[in-house]
Design a protein around this ligand. Structure first.
Ligand code: 5GP
Length: 211
Protein backbone atom coordinates (compact mmCIF):
# COMPACT_ATOMS: atom_id res chain seq x y z
CA UNK A 1 0.00 0.00 0.00
CA UNK A 2 1.17 3.52 -0.83
CA UNK A 3 2.45 5.29 2.32
CA UNK A 4 1.13 8.77 2.93
CA UNK A 5 3.44 11.59 3.89
CA UNK A 6 3.32 13.08 7.36
CA UNK A 7 3.37 16.58 8.77
CA UNK A 8 6.59 17.39 10.62
CA UNK A 9 7.14 20.47 12.76
CA UNK A 10 10.74 21.48 13.37
CA UNK A 11 11.15 24.08 16.10
CA UNK A 12 14.18 25.22 18.01
CA UNK A 13 15.84 28.25 19.48
CA UNK A 14 16.74 30.98 17.04
CA UNK A 15 20.29 30.07 16.03
CA UNK A 16 19.86 26.33 16.62
CA UNK A 17 20.64 25.63 12.97
CA UNK A 18 17.14 24.52 11.92
CA UNK A 19 17.47 26.11 8.49
CA UNK A 20 20.72 24.31 7.66
CA UNK A 21 19.35 21.06 9.01
CA UNK A 22 16.23 21.30 6.83
CA UNK A 23 18.30 22.19 3.76
CA UNK A 24 20.40 19.07 4.41
CA UNK A 25 17.28 16.89 4.56
CA UNK A 26 15.86 18.35 1.34
CA UNK A 27 19.15 17.91 -0.48
CA UNK A 28 19.57 14.32 0.56
CA UNK A 29 16.04 12.90 0.33
CA UNK A 30 13.27 13.70 -2.12
CA UNK A 31 10.45 12.62 0.18
CA UNK A 32 10.43 15.98 1.97
CA UNK A 33 8.80 19.28 1.04
CA UNK A 34 9.41 22.49 2.97
CA UNK A 35 6.54 24.88 3.58
CA UNK A 36 7.56 28.50 2.94
CA UNK A 37 5.99 30.78 5.56
CA UNK A 38 4.57 34.24 5.24
CA UNK A 39 6.03 36.94 7.51
CA UNK A 40 5.89 40.64 8.24
CA UNK A 41 9.58 40.69 9.26
CA UNK A 42 11.93 42.46 6.85
CA UNK A 43 14.18 40.30 4.66
CA UNK A 44 17.73 39.72 5.93
CA UNK A 45 20.49 40.39 3.42
CA UNK A 46 20.46 37.58 0.88
CA UNK A 47 16.94 36.38 1.67
CA UNK A 48 14.71 36.06 -1.37
CA UNK A 49 10.96 36.43 -1.77
CA UNK A 50 9.35 32.99 -1.95
CA UNK A 51 12.54 31.16 -0.95
CA UNK A 52 13.04 31.84 2.77
CA UNK A 53 9.67 33.55 3.22
CA UNK A 54 6.85 35.35 1.47
CA UNK A 55 7.44 38.87 2.83
CA UNK A 56 4.39 41.03 3.35
CA UNK A 57 2.92 43.79 5.53
CA UNK A 58 0.56 43.52 8.49
CA UNK A 59 -2.51 44.55 6.53
CA UNK A 60 -2.09 41.88 3.88
CA UNK A 61 -1.17 39.28 6.52
CA UNK A 62 -4.38 40.01 8.43
CA UNK A 63 -6.38 39.67 5.22
CA UNK A 64 -4.94 36.19 4.67
CA UNK A 65 -5.79 35.25 8.29
CA UNK A 66 -9.36 36.44 7.78
CA UNK A 67 -9.71 34.36 4.62
CA UNK A 68 -8.60 31.21 6.46
CA UNK A 69 -5.54 30.95 4.22
CA UNK A 70 -3.15 29.89 7.02
CA UNK A 71 -2.81 26.55 8.79
CA UNK A 72 -1.50 28.49 11.81
CA UNK A 73 0.12 31.80 12.62
CA UNK A 74 1.85 33.43 15.58
CA UNK A 75 3.60 36.62 16.62
CA UNK A 76 7.31 36.31 17.32
CA UNK A 77 9.46 39.24 18.51
CA UNK A 78 6.97 41.77 17.13
CA UNK A 79 6.27 40.18 13.73
CA UNK A 80 3.64 37.87 12.31
CA UNK A 81 4.66 34.47 10.92
CA UNK A 82 2.23 31.99 9.35
CA UNK A 83 1.97 28.78 7.32
CA UNK A 84 0.05 29.04 4.01
CA UNK A 85 -2.55 26.29 3.82
CA UNK A 86 -2.66 25.41 0.10
CA UNK A 87 0.96 24.25 -0.26
CA UNK A 88 0.78 22.02 2.83
CA UNK A 89 -2.41 20.34 1.66
CA UNK A 90 -1.13 19.83 -1.91
CA UNK A 91 2.19 18.33 -0.84
CA UNK A 92 0.64 15.97 1.72
CA UNK A 93 -1.78 14.81 -0.97
CA UNK A 94 1.23 14.18 -3.24
CA UNK A 95 2.71 11.86 -0.58
CA UNK A 96 5.48 14.17 0.67
CA UNK A 97 6.55 14.59 4.29
CA UNK A 98 5.84 18.27 4.76
CA UNK A 99 8.20 20.20 7.05
CA UNK A 100 7.01 23.28 8.92
CA UNK A 101 9.92 25.20 10.40
CA UNK A 102 7.94 27.17 12.99
CA UNK A 103 8.06 28.36 16.59
CA UNK A 104 6.35 26.79 19.57
CA UNK A 105 2.96 28.55 19.61
CA UNK A 106 2.42 27.57 15.98
CA UNK A 107 3.67 24.04 16.71
CA UNK A 108 1.07 23.57 19.43
CA UNK A 109 -1.71 24.88 17.19
CA UNK A 110 -0.74 22.48 14.41
CA UNK A 111 -0.67 19.57 16.86
CA UNK A 112 -4.13 20.50 18.08
CA UNK A 113 -5.54 20.60 14.54
CA UNK A 114 -3.60 17.57 13.28
CA UNK A 115 -2.77 15.33 16.25
CA UNK A 116 -0.68 12.94 14.14
CA UNK A 117 1.91 15.69 13.48
CA UNK A 118 5.49 14.80 14.50
CA UNK A 119 7.01 17.54 16.68
CA UNK A 120 10.80 17.82 16.71
CA UNK A 121 12.78 20.33 18.75
CA UNK A 122 16.32 21.22 17.68
CA UNK A 123 18.86 22.62 20.10
CA UNK A 124 22.55 23.44 19.85
CA UNK A 125 24.84 21.49 22.19
CA UNK A 126 25.05 24.40 24.68
CA UNK A 127 23.78 27.91 25.38
CA UNK A 128 27.30 29.28 24.78
CA UNK A 129 27.18 27.74 21.30
CA UNK A 130 23.71 29.20 20.70
CA UNK A 131 24.98 32.72 21.53
CA UNK A 132 28.00 32.23 19.33
CA UNK A 133 25.87 31.13 16.36
CA UNK A 134 23.51 34.08 16.79
CA UNK A 135 26.40 36.55 16.99
CA UNK A 136 28.36 34.96 14.13
CA UNK A 137 25.37 35.19 11.84
CA UNK A 138 26.07 38.92 11.89
CA UNK A 139 22.64 39.77 10.55
CA UNK A 140 21.06 40.93 13.80
CA UNK A 141 22.01 43.77 16.11
CA UNK A 142 22.73 43.06 19.82
CA UNK A 143 19.25 44.19 20.86
CA UNK A 144 17.59 41.69 18.55
CA UNK A 145 19.97 38.96 19.73
CA UNK A 146 19.07 39.72 23.35
CA UNK A 147 15.36 39.53 22.46
CA UNK A 148 15.85 36.19 20.73
CA UNK A 149 17.77 34.78 23.72
CA UNK A 150 14.98 35.93 26.06
CA UNK A 151 12.49 34.24 23.77
CA UNK A 152 14.63 31.07 23.81
CA UNK A 153 14.37 31.03 27.63
CA UNK A 154 10.56 31.14 27.32
CA UNK A 155 10.53 28.48 24.61
CA UNK A 156 12.68 26.16 26.70
CA UNK A 157 9.72 25.88 29.09
CA UNK A 158 7.61 24.26 26.38
CA UNK A 159 10.03 21.62 25.15
CA UNK A 160 8.17 18.74 26.84
CA UNK A 161 5.32 19.17 24.36
CA UNK A 162 7.59 17.84 21.59
CA UNK A 163 8.01 14.19 20.59
CA UNK A 164 11.82 14.33 20.33
CA UNK A 165 14.71 16.69 21.04
CA UNK A 166 17.57 16.63 18.53
CA UNK A 167 20.95 18.06 19.46
CA UNK A 168 22.46 19.78 16.43
CA UNK A 169 26.18 19.36 16.95
CA UNK A 170 27.49 17.70 13.79
CA UNK A 171 25.18 18.64 10.93
CA UNK A 172 25.40 15.45 8.86
CA UNK A 173 24.69 13.26 11.88
CA UNK A 174 21.78 15.48 12.81
CA UNK A 175 20.26 15.17 9.31
CA UNK A 176 20.46 11.36 9.55
CA UNK A 177 19.00 11.35 13.03
CA UNK A 178 15.99 13.41 11.96
CA UNK A 179 15.44 11.21 8.89
CA UNK A 180 15.55 8.15 11.14
CA UNK A 181 13.05 9.65 13.59
CA UNK A 182 10.68 10.47 10.72
CA UNK A 183 10.94 6.90 9.39
CA UNK A 184 10.15 5.57 12.88
CA UNK A 185 7.24 7.98 13.33
CA UNK A 186 5.71 6.85 10.03
CA UNK A 187 5.49 3.36 11.47
CA UNK A 188 3.57 4.38 14.58
CA UNK A 189 -0.01 3.00 14.56
CA UNK A 190 -1.45 6.52 14.86
CA UNK A 191 0.00 7.28 11.38
CA UNK A 192 -0.88 3.90 9.85
CA UNK A 193 -4.62 3.98 10.43
CA UNK A 194 -5.45 3.00 6.83
CA UNK A 195 -3.17 -0.02 6.94
CA UNK A 196 -4.65 -1.09 10.27
CA UNK A 197 -8.18 -0.67 8.91
CA UNK A 198 -7.38 -2.81 5.89
CA UNK A 199 -5.78 -5.56 7.97
CA UNK A 200 -8.73 -5.59 10.36
CA UNK A 201 -11.26 -5.73 7.54
CA UNK A 202 -9.45 -8.68 5.92
CA UNK A 203 -9.05 -10.53 9.21
CA UNK A 204 -12.70 -10.05 10.06
CA UNK A 205 -13.63 -11.36 6.65
CA UNK A 206 -11.62 -14.55 7.24
CA UNK A 207 -12.78 -14.88 10.81
CA UNK A 208 -16.39 -14.81 9.63
CA UNK A 209 -15.65 -17.54 7.10
CA UNK A 210 -14.42 -19.82 9.90
CA UNK A 211 -17.46 -19.45 12.13
P1 5GP B 1 13.30 34.10 11.81
O1 5GP B 1 12.90 35.54 11.96
O2 5GP B 1 14.56 33.77 12.56
O3 5GP B 1 13.34 33.65 10.37
O4 5GP B 1 12.14 33.22 12.49
C1 5GP B 1 11.76 33.48 13.80
C2 5GP B 1 10.95 32.31 14.34
O5 5GP B 1 9.71 32.21 13.65
C3 5GP B 1 11.65 30.96 14.18
O6 5GP B 1 11.51 30.23 15.40
C4 5GP B 1 10.89 30.31 13.06
O7 5GP B 1 10.91 28.89 13.16
C5 5GP B 1 9.50 30.85 13.33
N1 5GP B 1 8.63 30.77 12.15
C6 5GP B 1 8.95 30.86 10.84
N2 5GP B 1 7.87 30.71 10.08
C7 5GP B 1 6.81 30.50 10.91
C8 5GP B 1 5.42 30.25 10.71
O8 5GP B 1 4.90 30.16 9.61
N3 5GP B 1 4.65 30.11 11.82
C9 5GP B 1 5.16 30.17 13.08
N4 5GP B 1 4.33 29.98 14.09
N5 5GP B 1 6.48 30.39 13.30
C10 5GP B 1 7.29 30.55 12.24
Amino acid sequence: MEEKGILIVISGFSGAGKGTLVKGLLRRYDEYALSVSMTTRSPRPGEQEGVEYFFTDRERFEEVIAKGGLVEYAQYCGNYYGTPRAYVEDQLAAGKNVILEIEIQGALKVKEKFPETLLLFVTPPSVAELRRRLTDRGTEDPQVIAKRLARAAEESEGVEAYDYIVVNDKLEECVEEVHFLVAAARRAPVRRSELIREIRAELNHFAKGVQ
